[in-house]
Design a protein around this ligand. Structure first.
Ligand code: F6P
Length: 552
């Protein structure tokens, strides 16, 4: 689509605020964090925010007061706050799908007024939440039994993307809060091995499947759900009526749920204004609620809501999602950083970064703006990372001494969980690593310091750490349901801020469609040897080889 003069005027990279940031970046040059800290003994305290239960230290970033002021001016001229307010009002800010974006309603109090198409959404949100609570209690107490009257011992969530990553991540994160006499498994991959491994040691009579799919058309989920039904019926003697006691659904699509054979009384609804990657605090969190119980689930929602209010009301200079979003813009657009690492120092957050990958990369992995023009600026980063300290013995070498600038978030907790007993003694060692890493990344070790240790001259360059590698530290007392909600909401809104600055639609995901269409076209070639018109020479040769290896 050609640019009109008005579009040109609105172009982000031609705004005076953008140009000012570019100039400022040049002036700052390679200013070192060592110097910034030396020049301001209060920097560590000044560049800290306390939001809810989160201490957010952003002092180890390559920024000055001027950088932060310029970034805030950029947010102002891009109308980020106005778009945020439009989201909270329920306006249809997902322009390409003409949908409201209201995950914030999922954790709002009952008396909040939010309307979509003239209809209040809050009564429906709380009605479903209450239905989830009743159901969860029935499963947890043993009142809900399987077809043969046996108590449910295993809960298998079948879903993919946002219908899997959220509950799977939060289940791991909140394991100490889970009912330990129930087993939970999460099946997402269409690779039959996923379902096989999940159910091979389970008794069908004691197993409940929660089929989670916003659309109820996703091929992976429907394929797995059909196979799960087959496994159940085989195990229970083929009586179709068993399905009602062993399958429930979470979806926006009642028609498809009924078509699949699940009674819609056993369906937990959500709505098109909840994006898949923003959905785990909707009914998509049903498996999580069964695991942790309704009270803990509500605590988690309260944590989300706390950050929603902060995002909505805190002034921009003390607004954590604004701050983190703007720092990401600073590195992605003015330091050419391509990636962003999220490094939780908690084993329980082992799935957190995988969850954030969908949240961030499906939201902001776009190269056209909201009006359909190709953007001339970098958008969302590659998000990656694994829990500390494992990464330290794998890829941190590159973080410390590689040629790439990789901004990183370090997330840690003061208290280990009570259950650990004597193992809690590990915690100080874990956290000593946590603090040491951000210190080493920021300040490094000069050649003079290395030489003073008596290191032979030829090894000095190898043992030198340049430092100046930016990190955010997020520290909380402990990983509670509320703190998890706070962390997730913080990242949700950070992603929002960045999408607003880049003027992209953070709430659609057209980029996943082409692969789906092509897979459908190729499948008959694999199974029946059907001709696929227009298949390129590489893919058609690979398909032939595949068929021959399969013995077809
Ligand atoms: O990957 C595309 C996507 O549409 C995600 O946005 C979504 O979370 C996932 O597929 C699963 O979709 P559904 O919940 O409709 O099965």
């Amino acid at each position: 689509m050609p640019d009109t003069p008005a579009d040109h005027a609105a172009r982000l990279d031609r705004l005076p605020q953008w140009e000012a940031l570019g100039k400022h970046r040049e002036q700052l040059g390679e200013v070192h964090l060592r110097d910034l800290f030396a020049a301001d003994s209060e920097r560590g305290q000044r560049y800290t925010l306390d939001v809810g239960d989160l201490r957010i230290d952003y002092s180890k970033h390559l920024v000055t007061d001027e950088t932060l002021a310029l970034l805030r001016q950029l947010a102002e001229v891009r109308g980020v706050a106005a778009l945020r307010d439009a989201m909270f009002r329920g306006e249809k800010i997902n322009v390409t799908e003409n949908r409201a974006v209201l995950h914030i309603a999922l954790r709002a109090p009952h008396d909040t007024v939010i309307e979509v198409d003239g209809e209040s959404v809050m009564p429906r949100v709380h009605w479903v939440l209450n239905k989830m609570c009743l159901f969860s209690e029935k499963v947890r107490s043993g009142e809900w039994t399987g077809h043969t009257g046996k108590r449910i011992r295993n809960v298998v969530n079948i879903g993919i993307g946002g219908s899997d990553l959220g509950p799977a991540m939060a289940y791991e994160a909140l394991r100490p809060y889970t009912s330990r006499d129930l087993q939970f498994r999460f099946v997402s991959n269409v690779d039959g091995a996923d379902l096989h491994e999940a159910v091979r040691d389970l008794d069908p009579a004691e197993t409940l499947f929660i089929i989670s799919s916003k659309t109820f058309t996703t091929i992976e989920t429907i394929t797995n759900a059909k196979s799960a039904r087959g496994w159940l019926l085989k195990g229970l003697g083929g009586d179709e009526t068993a399905v009602a006691k062993h399958f429930v659904a979470v979806s926006t699509n009642a028609e498809k749920v009924a078509e699949f054979g699940i009674n819609t009384d056993n369906m937990f609804e959500f709505w098109d204004w909840v994006g898949g990657r923003y959905s785990y605090d909707s009914a998509i969190g049903l498996s999580l609620m069964v695991a942790i119980g309704p009270d803990h689930f509500r605590e988690m929602l309260a944590g989300f809501h706390l950050i929603d209010e902060h995002f909505q009301l805190a002034p921009i200079e003390a607004n954590a999602p604004f701050l983190l979003g703007l720092l990401g813009v600073w590195y992605g657009n003015f330091h050419d950083a391509q990636t962003h690492a999220v490094l939780p120092y908690s084993h329980y957050l082992s799935r957190f970064t995988a969850y954030l990958q969908q949240l961030d990369m499906e939201s902001n992995g776009k190269s056209v703006d909201r009006e359909g023009h190709r953007v001339n600026w970098q958008t969302g980063p590659v998000v990656w990372g694994t829990p500390g300290t494992n990464g330290q013995h794998a890829y941190y070498q590159l973080l410390h001494q590689g040629t790439k600038l990789i901004p990183a978030d370090f997330i840690g907790f003061a208290k280990p969980i009570a259950e650990l007993g004597e193992l809690a003694d590990h915690h100080d060692l874990l956290m000593a690593n946590f603090f040491a890493q951000t210190q080493a990344l920021a300040f490094g070790k000069t050649p003079e310091e290395v030489a003073a240790e008596g290191v032979p001259a030829e090894l000095v360059p190898h043992k030198t750490f340049v430092g100046n590698r930016p990190t955010t530290t997020i520290l909380a007392k402990e990983l509670t349901p509320s703190v998890l909600g706070q962390l997730v909401a913080l990242y949700e809104h950070k992603v929002f801020v960045q999408g607003a600055i880049w003027n992209i639609d953070s709430f659609d995901q057209w980029g996943v469609e082409l692969g789906k269409v092509l897979a459908k076209r190729i499948e008959p070639a694999l199974t029946e040897g059907a001709e696929v018109p227009g298949l390129d020479s590489s893919t058609s040769a690979l398909v032939r080889e595949y068929r021959s290896l399969r013995g077809r």
